[in-house]
Design a protein around this ligand. Sequence first.
Ligand SMILES: Nc1ncnc2c1ncn2[C@@H]1O[C@H](COP(=O)(O)OP(=O)(O)O)[C@@H](O)[C@H]1O
Ligand SMILES: [Mg+2]
Length: 314
Amino acid sequence: MRIAVLMGGKSREREVSLKSGKAVTAALLRKGYEAIPVDAAEDVPGRLKEIHPDLVFIALHGRYGEDGTIQGLLEIMGLPYTGSGVACSAICMDKVLTKKLLIYEGIPTAPFTVIDKDDYFKTSKAVHEQVINDLGLPVVIKPATQGSSIGTSIIREEAALGAAIVEALTMSEQAVAERFVDGVEVTASVMGNNEPVALPLIEIVPAQGFYDYEAKYTPGGSAHIIPARISDEVTDRVKSIARHIYRSFNCRGFSRIDFIIDSSEQPWVLEVNTIPGMTDLSLFPDAASHYGIGYDDLVEEIVKLAVEFWDLKV
Ligand SMILES: Nc1ncnc2c1ncn2[C@@H]1O[C@H](COP(=O)(O)OP(=O)(O)O)[C@@H](O)[C@H]1O
Ligand SMILES: [Mg+2]
């Protein structure tokens, strides 16, 4: 089977994606697949026409990769690919749409305010007042369509609010102001098509501050604690919410869902990652390995799930 591995690309998460893509390519080669790396910053349709793959493994994160655009291109080219489809990818890349859908599904997600770029610069003072009145302090400011905590700030005093919103709005047409949830951060890795399985939860403990870009990608920046230090009952609830989201959002192959559990044991959903990091130190492979699935087997399983979904004859 010939598999093109899409990596890199033009998003702010290019560097992480190159690491994910290289690790995936190496695993596929060890498993005996003909794996061909493709930098998505190049002419993707041209490269794929040359390679003529049986399957495309998408190891891209962020914009133009995790957001449904590449998935749409591959649909039009008639090429099967790993992971979630166009609509699910697009919704999950957008934190505003994700939160709206979570509310429809009755799943707790922290109260929030949407800040539109067009309105903000005309009415910034009123927006600041509304954010502070509705959400209090600290408050979390994030771009609607970014990942890896890029552009995300935790604001503890009103004076810092404006700069954080402006920063988030340089990366996205909308920013989200979200109530700060104090608690234990856990992430749920889910794998499968119609009958998804939740892997062991990982508790994330940043070495300092919050789980920002540094904490995510610097060695020693954060600790993964498996299984998470929460009761069996809460673990089951988080896994069941994660599987419910996976099904109702139409996730496919694999996804990782981020939570914070507050002091009254209430889990709050932060977001859904349709292409979680796949470096050998990333959260998803770590959860799989504690479940008994090593890195190479995990990569092969993601391929098999795509083969099943697209009904490929191999
Ligand atoms: N409402 C919140 N309360 C407390 N911390 C938050 C909140 N939202 C985000 N964070 C912190 O910011 C990090 C990144 O936020 P997240 O919504 O997962 O976006 P992304 O990972 O796509 O950048 C989280 O892992 C968490 O540490
Ligand atoms: Mg996250």
